[in-house]
Write a protein that binds this ligand. Structure first.
Ligand SMILES: [Zn+2]
Length: 433
């Protein structure tokens, strides 16, 4: 099946962010076969289907590089608390009651919300990951999935959770026509001891997959690490070999200049969670310093309980705004860079840059369209600026992953929205007891 999308403003995210006016995008068998100026009418004959995208922008789908999908069930459940109190007194006790049905219901709700907001690829770090992988497979999304492990309890418990994480990673890597890939993830240095983390590094090395964790999210966490292990989290993880293999860390809010230099040198990927960090009062990550060191930080929502939505466009907007305000520098994170963080840098952070992140011949046909006809998108001076500073997630019209439409003109094609919303509410009622 060869499809040609015509009359669009195409933002391919190659060479900065050029906008191709009256652009064409062609796809065949899930792969991009042409991006560029309009083809001739005669050339249209080569295609089985020609879709007009008049009044729409086409751009790569958003990439959400850190989250806990099923936590959508806990949206609004316990707000406005500090991280440790929020986790220990509110979130962990109710999460402990979650069974496979709850996880499925919450993940389906997350998939629906992400597709409606233009996210085509996400990372999920949670438990009961077979249920998550099944939802990802059916929804048509692309995802890096990992069974997150805590180091609490005895050796037998740790051994079994490591085994579960390893067998999940092995079983699902490359599944769903390659849309699902996996990684290993000890939850964090404050919930996993050094030896346990070292075992994750070994397993990830053995399987040839990346490793992920939460790191330096709050000041208290950094102080705790120094008290317990005599080192800040970056040095601590470095000693455990964490950064000697492809690695991605979420948050990275509290870093010194030396730590940033080390992370840059080791090519560590960053998931910047501006919304979650602001809401939990954790701080503002030193993104501009990372960029000055040549790093390319990505963007993420984190779980819906700490955000409270999975709107990656909002994270793009926050990333473009908060650093300017915080540093009193209007040049801090320009619009083009914020959009790159939500697309191409996200692909790099998940080690999927060969497949996705830009619209280029040979890459996977993962793209979205945005409505350019609304009042808040006029006049059409600079489409990239409009997307970053003015667009809303409801402007997302069409969502394609691997050439397959998941949403067309805002109609969901792989998910029954009404059923998913009903089941999510039922699951929450059941959890709350
Ligand atoms: Zn998280």
């Amino acid at each position: 099946m060869k499809t040609l999308f015509t009359e669009a403003v195409i933002i391919d995210m190659v060479d900065g962010t050029r906008a191709i006016q009256n652009g064409n995008l062609a796809i065949a068998d899930g792969v991009i076969t042409y991006v560029g100026p309009a083809l001739t009418i005669e050339e249209h004959d080569q295609y089985d289907e020609v879709v007009s995208c008049k009044g729409k922008a086409i751009l790569p789908g958003f990439v959400n590089t850190h989250g806990h999908l099923a936590m959508t069930l806990l949206r609004g459940y316990a707000d406005d608390l500090p991280l440790q109190q929020w986790l220990q007194n509110e979130i962990w006790p109710i999460e402990a009651k979650m069974n496979t049905e709850h996880i499925s219901a919450g993940t389906n709700l997350a998939a629906l919300e992400m597709i409606q907001g233009g996210t085509t690829t996400c990372l999920d770090m949670y438990h009961d990951m077979d249920a998550v992988a099944n939802v990802v497979e059916q929804s048509g999304l692309r995802a890096r999935l990992t069974r997150s492990c805590f180091g609490f309890g005895d050796d037998a418990l740790r051994k079994s959770s490591l085994e579960e994480a390893t067998s999940f990673a092995r079983r699902w890597n490359g599944a769903a026509d390659g849309r699902i890939t996996t990684m290993m993830a000890p939850h964090s240095p404050y919930t996993c001891g050094p030896e346990f983390i070292r075992q994750f590094v070994e397993k990830a090395t053995e399987l040839g997959i990346p490793i992920h964790t939460h790191m330096s999210e709050t000041k208290a966490e950094v102080e705790l690490n120094i008290r317990e292990y005599g080192a800040r989290p970056v040095e601590h993880l470095d000693k455990l070999g964490f950064f000697d293999i492809p690695s991605l860390v979420a948050h990275a809010v509290h870093l010194t200049e030396e730590e940033i230099a080390l992370l840059a040198e080791k090519n560590v990927k960053i998931a910047h969670n501006p919304g979650s960090n602001l809401k939990l009062g954790s701080g503002i990550a030193p993104i501009t310093q990372m960029i000055a060191h040549g790093m390319r930080p990505s963007l993420a929502t984190d779980g819906a309980a700490s955000n409270n939505n999975l709107d990656l466009l909002e994270e793009i907007q926050l990333a473009a705004l908060i650093h300017k305000g915080h540093l009193q520098d209007p040049l801090a994170v320009p619009a083009k860079m914020a959009l790159a963080m939500g697309t191409v840098y996200g692909a790099e952070a998940l080690f999927l840059e060969k497949e996705i992140g830009t619209l280029e011949i040979g890459k996977q046909a993962d793209f979205i369209t945005l409505d350019l006809t609304q009042a808040h998108m006029q006049p059409q001076t600079d489409v990239v600026s409009h997307i970053v500073y003015s667009a809303a997630r409801s402007d997302v019209q069409d969502v394609y992953v691997q050439g397959k439409p998941l949403m067309k003109n805002r109609e969901m094609l792989t998910i029954d929205s009404e059923k998913v919303i009903f089941e999510a509410n039922q699951a929450f009622e059941n959890l709350r007891g």
